[in-house]
Design a protein around this ligand. Structure first.
Ligand code: NAD
Ligand code: UGA
Length: 457
């Protein structure tokens, strides 16, 4: 078949895989190929067992794979054959050298730019899909222009705003598609070429055009603002626990003001995921590099509050269990950083479980999708058991901690769970997921984030 254009995506991760699957589905006239250095990951994308879990993703991949959607490890051939290249590699927090612990590690982005330059024999549009420090496109452009000059490159910024667990829905119905381009003829043509792809399914008024630097920075700022809301409501949850105000009621009351809005006001055990912490730390670091110390400190505080919320959860738990958890079994319900994903990156469960282990608690961890990833974070041992069945995980435990807001946990028979636990049985709802009055009626002592505890003594 003759395709209109050939799209390549470098990086077959949580963003590259789903994003390209949707483009292939909506644009049958384009050939889409996803490449990665990780052969195991590519093999999984080619198999019946995809490397990531996202509701609705399997069927979209299965119906397009082999038609106009392909997965491969041949990066160089992919580059040679393509007209448009999305760069969707990871940009984790740097763990070494200058900026360790806060700056973004952009080495993979740079490597990809060099590979593109080395392998290209025809003009290309290169699109930053990864979340990158503002002005990274300048670096990419400089590298891409450092060759013989026979091949022309246009660099665009097109950050991704999908959230895990709702990736397919977010990609099908985005609030906005942001495209940043340079104000040059090449830039404008490239921008419209990309807009045409999204035009296959995204209403024209949702495609937002900006300069490259605004686009790069807007992505970091969007995550920083979302995380800031979570830390803000979590800071209030601590005050609620002291004053018998109920954080759910406070959030509801303030969220009715359209200037505030109701979303991202769910108090809990803190935000996790691969990006919030990384992107805020990066934003703070960038501020610091421009000498904006007060601004850097301001954003850093969002992360500090998040760590504090997790530590506070553990302290509350230990205090409620008579100041010691040593030798006690704690059932941990949920290890994913949020519901509907198997992703455990920076999950609050990691920090909480590690601290509980330091206190010599024994853990019985369950999760519908994340047990495989969880084992990589906290290895199975005599003191740490992974148990698929939540009823089994709760059996004999002194306490149960809800760490992830899985819908499945709402529908469990808590009477049965209560009967199988050590008494007094205590439930710590880190997500305000369950009906605490019903649990209290059953006999549990109930500690929910941001609400006065319900205890039988
Ligand atoms: P990921 O780690 O799941 O996937 C990145 C992939 O890139 C990996 O499979 C890795 O092997 C591959 N890779 C790295 N260097 C490569 C190279 N030189 N050549 C080929 N492949 C290479 O990461 P992700 O979660 O998909 O995130 C990718 C980017 O998108 C990050 O910048 C992230 O901040 C951003 N982002 C992520 C999400 C999300 O929900 N995960 C949402 C929006 C934006
Ligand atoms: C987030 C953003 O929502 C996406 O727009 C962005 O594209 C993505 O980061 C990214 O850049 O990686 P994601 O991390 O997948 O998406 O999930 P969110 O739904 O934002 O949740 C993040 C964390 O905040 C979760 O741990 C969640 O439980 C927590 N959260 C969220 C709360 O504790 N309270 C809330 O009210 C909302």
């Amino acid at each position: 078949m003759n395709f209109k254009k050939r799209i390549l995506c470098i990086g077959a991760g949580y963003v590259g895989g789903p994003t390209m699957a949707i483009i292939a589905d909506k644009c049958p006239d384009y050939r889409v190929e996803v490449v990665d250095v990780n052969a195991e990951r590519i093999a999984a994308w080619q198999s019946a067992d995809l490397p990531i879990y996202e509701p609705g993703l399997d069927e979209i991949v299965f119906r397009n794979r082999g038609k106009n959607l392909f997965f491969s490890t041949d990066i160089e051939q992919g580059i040679r054959d393509s007209d448009i290249i999305f760069v969707s590699v990871n940009t984790p927090t740097k763990t070494y050298g200058q900026g360790a612990g806060s700056a973004a590690d952009v080495q993979y982005v740079e490597k990809v730019a060099r590979t593109i330059l080395a392998c290209s024999t025809s003009d290309k549009i290169v699109i930053e899909k990864s979340t990158v420090p503002v002005r990274t496109a300048e670096v990419m452009g400089r590298i891409l222009r450092s060759g013989s000059g026979n091949v022309n490159f246009a660099v665009l910024s097109n950050p991704e705003f999908l959230a895990e667990g709702t990736a397919v829905e977010d990609l099908l119905h985005p609030d906005r598609v942001l495209i940043g381009a340079h104000d040059t003829e090449t830039g404008k043509v490239a921008l419209e070429t990309l807009a045409e792809i999204y035009g296959h399914w995204v209403p024209a008024d949702r495609v937002v055009r900006s300069n490259v630097w605004s686009s790069e920075l807007a992505k970091l700022v969007a995550n920083a603002f979302l995380a800031q809301r979570v830390s803000s409501i979590n800071s209030i949850s601590a005050l609620c626990e002291q004053t018998e105000a109920d954080v759910q009621q406070v959030a509801h009351a303030i969220g009715l003001d359209p200037r505030i809005g109701s979303r991202f006001l769910q108090a809990g055990v803190g935000f996790g995921g691969s990006c919030f912490r990384k992107d805020i730390l990066n934003l703070a670091y960038i501020c610091g590099t421009y000498g904006l110390e007060a601004e850097a400190n301001y954003w850093h505080q969002v992360v500090t509050m998040n760590d504090h919320q997790q530590d506070r959860f553990v302290s509350n738990l230990i205090t409620a269990l008579f100041n010691t958890v040593a030798g006690k079994d704690i059932a941990v319900f949920g290890f994913a950083f949020k519901a509907d994903t198997g992703d455990t990156r920076d999950s609050p469960a990691i920090r909480v479980c590690k601290q509980l282990r330091e206190e010599h608690a024994r853990l019985r961890i369950t999760d519908p999708k994340a047990i495989g990833n969880a084992k990589l974070e906290i290895p199975e041992s005599d003191e740490v058991a992974y148990i698929e069945d939540p009823y089994e995980a709760a059996r004999g435990a002194h306490a149960l901690a809800i760490m992830t807001d899985w819908k499945e946990y709402k529908d469990l028979d808590y009477e049965r769970i209560y009967q199988s636990m050590e008494k007094p049985a205590t439930l710590f709802d880190g997500r305000n997921l369950l009906d605490r009055s019903a649990l209290f009626e059953i006999g549990f002592n109930v500690y929910s984030v941001g609400r006065a505890p319900l205890t039988h003594f």
